[in-house]
Structure formats: structure tokens, C-alpha cells
Design a protein around this ligand. Structure first.
Ligand SMILES: [Zn+2]
Length: 372
């Protein structure tokens, strides 16, 4: 049995507690919380300076792109960035494995206990299976060619069969999936969590609203794009299953009007921000004031568009560009992400959970120790 206490305890399902005590079983399960250190025999207390919070949940990562660290140019805008990925993606299999292993270890050291990870291949399955981190794998499908829709989903189903972590089939982005493939994905889904890259670039809305812009020009050769006169989000969400929790990733250019429309249309939406990747690729950030903070979660994206996989570093960027207090920031980093991915034992210090414990000694310097 362990009794952990610090200057503040952030259980996240209840308000922060000054000098609160967290009681855990030897295997890290939450037994109870004490509001006061005097309720526990002093010699049993492990006292730390700083704050204690649950392990972080990284809602959006692409482990299999880890070997692209430092390979892609910064601030080129998304259309250029995605054009570079296929050229750079190939590498010796052992280098890919080594980079993923390193990335998984980096996440553990940075206090991450749960990850929503995108896979286009089976490359990362073994690393994820052996890891202490709880993974949900999003098997991502891409194709604007209607004729290839059946083949693409069948390939996805083969990967689903091979993947030993929890997994679901998902569309890559609003602009890279044909009507047919969207419809096959919708009929396949039986309420498992899914995700989609949404409004990461301004040209994405232009593409759907008026059939023009840089992204439209890059993509029109690959298939038919359904110009709808509506925003990317409003066009695409209508093609996705209503019963599944959906993580919308990036949302850099999402408007208040889109958010209000989406909240009325779908009841289980989560908005995942990846601020450092947004700065890397597009050099812009979402307007955090327009989102429901209880539905905001956070991801690192991949090492192709980031120099680290640290939720604390991502949070710092959000803090600098929002009015969120520490409790809200930590909910974004832990509780909301666990809910989005269906990780029922992670995210808060509620009795019975095994959420991991992070000690943050300096938020501004990203000083963190994973205690459990
Ligand atoms: Zn991504």
C-alpha cells in the first residue's frame, strides 16, 4: 500500500486538493483519497514537492512515422507536408522498429499511459503489444478512388485481424476518402471509437466550399471530390457513424459555427488538438476559447511533425494560447482523452482505476517524473 501526497493533488473527477493524499494498492489501483495528511499516519506518507495527477493520455500519435524525426521541412503548409511523407516514409525495417521502440519509451518517460495511435501498416503492432502503455489502434484508410474502395477496406480488415490491441477502422481525413469508402466504413462500425483528421489547413474548407485552392489542386487527380458548398467538417461528419465516439483531430481552422453545428448533430464528439504539430506544419493554432473544454483532448501527432512526444510540452502551448486553469489543462491531458478512447481505468484518481501517477515539479520547465 502507498500513500502519495504533494503540494496539490489533481484527481480530475473532483476539484484539486491542497496536500491531499492518494492511497494506492501495490499494483497501482486507487483505493481512496484523503483530504488531509493528518488522516494518514505520518510515517506512511510519501511527500513530494509539486503536483500529482493521473498518467497522460496521448490521443493522437503515428508511432510508425517515428523514424521521420527531423526529416520533413517546417512550416510548408499541410498540402506540401503530406506530399513529402510518401517520399520519405520508406526505410530499413530495423530502423523503423528501433525508432518506434524509442518513441514508445520516450512516451512512458514523459508520463503517458494511454495512446490513440494511427496505423497504415502492421509495422507498429509488435511494439504496441509489448508496451506498458495502453494503446487503441486506429487503422487508417485513404483513397479517393471509388473503384478501389472495396480493396482498401478489405486490406483494413486484414490489418484489424492481425492487430492485438483494441482497434478500429477509420478514414484518414475529410478530403482523402471517397464517398464509397466513407459509406463502407460507416456500415462496418459498431460503436467503437474512431477518429479523423479535420480542418488542419485552411484550404480544406475551400476545397469543399468552392472546389478550389491548393489542396483541391493537389488532390483532384486522385478521384472525385464532393464539393458541397459547406465546410469540411459539415460535409464529412454527415458521412460518419452516429453511434461511435468520434475524435476530430487538429481543428485548427474550425469555426464556432462548425462547433455549434457539430454539437447539435453528434452527441459523442471529442476535439483533439496537436499544437506543436500545428506550429510545425502550418504555424498556426486553434482558437481554444470556442471549444467545450470538457470535450477537448490532446495529442502529440508523430515525430514527423514534432521534436518530442510529450503531453506536458503540448499543454504548455495550450496554456500560453488560452485562459484554461491548471485543472482544466490536466483534464484535457488525462480525463477527456481517456473518455474519448474508451480507456475506462485511466484518466482520473477515481476509486478502482489504475491511472498511473505523474509528479510535475515544474510546469514551465516540463519537469515530470512518472511515479507509477
Ligand atoms: Zn495525424
Amino acid at each position: 500500500m502507498r500513500f502519495l501526497t504533494a503540494d496539490y493533488l489533481f484527481p480530475l473527477h473532483i476539484a484539486p486538493i491542497k496536500e491531499g493524499v492518494l492511497q494506492l494498492s501495490d499494483d497501482g489501483q486507487v483505493i481512496t483519497i484523503f483530504n488531509n495528511r493528518s488522516e494518514v499516519p505520518q510515517k506512511k506518507l510519501e511527500v513530494f514537492e509539486g503536483i500529482l495527477c493521473p498518467g497522460f493520455v496521448n490521443v493522437h500519435c503515428h508511432l510508425e512515422l517515428s523514424h521521420l524525426l527531423g526529416e520533413l521541412p517546417k512550416q510548408t503548409g499541410l498540402p506540401e507536408f503530406i506530399a513529402h511523407i510518401p517520399q520519405k516514409r520508406g526505410a530499413e525495417p530495423f530502423k523503423i522498429q528501433q525508432a518506434m521502440q524509442k518513441a514508445d519509451t520516450m512516451m512512458q518517460k514523459n508520463g503517458i499511459v494511454g495512446v490513440g495511435d494511427i496505423s497504415n501498416t502492421s509495422d507498429s503492432f509488435q511494439v504496441k503489444q509489448k508496451s506498458k502503455i495502453q494503446y487503441h489502434t486506429f487503422l487508417e484508410l485513404i483513397s479517393l478512388d471509388e473503384k478501389k474502395a472495396e480493396t482498401v477496406i478489405n486490406n483494413g480488415l486484414v490489418l484489424l485481424e492481425q492487430c492485438e490491441s483494441s482497434a478500429s477502422l477509420v478514414p484518414h481525413a475529410t478530403y482523402s476518402v471517397s464517398e464509397k469508402l466513407f459509406s463502407l466504413l460507416k456500415s462496418h462500425n459498431s460503436a467503437e471509437p474512431i477518429c479523423i483528421h479535420n480542418q488542419e489547413t485552411k484550404t480544406e474548407d475551400e476545397l469543399f466550399e468552392s472546389g478550389s485552392g491548393a489542396l483541391f489542386e493537389k488532390l483532384k487527380q486522385f478521384g472525385t471530390i464532393s464539393v458541397s458548398g459547406k465546410s469540411a467538417l459539415q460535409t464529412t461528419l454527415a458521412k460518419m457513424p452516429k453511434q461511435a465516439p468520434i475524435v476530430l483531430v487538429h481543428n485548427t481552422y474550425t469555426t464556432k459555427e462548425d462547433i455549434d453545428w457539430a454539437a447539435a448533430y453528434h452527441t459523442q464528439l471529442y476535439w483533439c488538438t496537436c499544437p506543436k504539430a500545428n506550429l510545425y506544419i502550418e504555424n498556426s493554432l486553434p482558437d481554444y476559447s470556442i471549444f467545450d473544454a470538457d470535450k477537448l483532448c490532446i495529442g502529440t501527432d508523430s515525430l514527423a511533425s514534432n521534436d518530442s512526444l510529450s503531453i506536458l510540452e503540448e499543454l504548455k502551448v495550450v496554456q500560453e494560447s488560452s485562459d484554461f486553469d491548471m485543472n482544466t489543462l490536466l483534464k484535457i491531458a488525462c480525463k477527456n482523452g481517456a473518455e474519448a478512447l474508451g480507456f475506462s481505468i485511466l484518466g482520473t484518481f477515481e476509486k478502482g482505476k489504475i491511472p498511473g501517477v505523474n509528479l510535475i515539479t515544474s510546469f514551465t520547465k516540463s519537469e515530470i517524473t512518472k511515479l507509477i
